[in-house]
Design a protein. Sequence first.
Length: 122
Amino acid sequence: MSPLMKLSAITLDCPDPLALAAFYHEVTGLGVHPRSDAEFASLLPEGGPMLGFQRVDAYRAPTWPDQVVPQQLHICFDVADLEEAEARLLALGAGKPERQPNEERWRVLTDPAGHPFCVVLA
């Protein structure tokens, strides 16, 4: 059986996506996506998942390791068929939040512990 999903992106919440992308660009040498902006920026590694940075109003930095403010991140997976992937994931115990920002291109789901992740039409 072939895998249902392929890891395509890891996205971090932050107050300034361009600044955080610039930091990780300097640290990793990965190129900044040309369409990066003040709301969302990303780095594009060869053959690996995209590293994204999304602006969040009233961002609060994680207080690791004490978890007073937990870590913020979500994972995206490419899928060939959104409907099939969603059905299979729901059957495996995923949840589906009511808010779906772009249901034609991706679905936001939650794992059994409540962590959000996206399945994205490849």
